[in-house]
Design a protein around this ligand. Structure first.
Ligand SMILES: [Zn+2]
Ligand SMILES: [Zn+2]
Length: 268
């Protein structure tokens, strides 16, 4: 009797899943998250092409080299050596460096606005797909990310209740699903602050001083130790880096993290 050999279960599951997705497409056709035009049934299922039509994709502005070695702000024109932008030069930022998928302009800026202020949580998947472009940065692409932890930037309790979710936590969840990197929600906010978007750089720094702290681990009520751990601090947008700096300060000085790299969907 001949042995039929092992069933390729993964492929079978993928085929079934594709079948279901095609049925779902007929009932709920996919549309572009930028212009609402229907997407072709043959559009890819992963990455940004699963969410945007080609003309909208063409309007996105990916972060490409050359960019600031610290905050990831990109510059046009040739640059032959590593450099720091005027925002970072002479400033001692607590995080090691920051990467982002796209510039916070055009459809990307609009999506983030709809996600956060329009409370459209369904956009978390497309924004996480955009954030994942940041993982292609050579400094991360060469790292063994299985040794890392994802840390969300916490929202104050009242703001989270008002919004219904924490955008950073939602992006962490999506990133965990695709990369398997564990999430460690170890930061908390000690007080509510005014929205950073309306403040200048100096005011942002003052607004945030001492606002983040470590959560205590129950039932022992001791601070969490991250001695020697590498952290990916996840957020939707990085603008001046003030929030990321304050979070990284706590993660390194109080929890002993070895490295903190900031990853965001967009660079403001
Ligand atoms: Zn479109
Ligand atoms: Zn910079």
């Amino acid at each position: 009797m001949s042995y039929p050999g092992p069933v390729d279960q993964k492929t079978t599951q993928q085929r079934l899943s594709l079948g279901w997705q095609s049925v779902l497409d007929l009932v709920f056709p996919r549309s572009c998250r930028g212009c609402e035009q229907p997407l072709s049934q043959t559009a890819p299922r992963t990455g940004l092409q699963a969410w945007f039509c080609q003309p909208c994709l063409d309007h996105l502005d990916p972060i490409q080299a050359p960019y600031c070695d610290c905050c990831g702000e990109s510059f046009s024109g040739p640059m032959t050596r590593a450099f720091l932008c005027s925002n970072c030069d002479g400033r001692r930022l607590a995080f090691d460096f920051a990467v982002a998928g796209y510039k916070a302009q055009g459809p990307m800026r609009e999506l983030i606005h709809r996600f956060k202020y329009g409370k459209d949580i369904s956009l978390r998947a497309v924004l996480a797909a955009a954030l994942e472009a940041g993982l292609k940065d050579p400094r991360l692409a060469q790292a063994d990310l299985s040794e890392w932890l994802l840390v969300p930037v916490p929202l104050h309790y009242f703001r989270q209740i008002k919004r219904g979710f924490n955008q950073s936590w939602e992006l962490c969840r999506m990133l965990h699903e695709t990369t398997g990197i564990p999430i460690a929600p170890i930061l908390r906010r000690t007080r509510q602050t005014s929205t950073q978007a309306s403040l200048h750089r100096k005011q942002r720094l003052e607004n945030l001083r001492g606002v983040f702290a470590l959560r205590w681990s129950f039932p022992w009520s001791s601070p969490i130790v991250l001695e020697g751990k590498k952290i990916l601090l996840v957020d939707d947008v990085l603008t001046t880096g003030a929030t990321a700096h304050e979070c990284a300060k706590v993660l390194k000085r109080e929890a002993g993290a070895e490295k903190v790299v900031v990853i965001t969907t967009a660079r403001g």
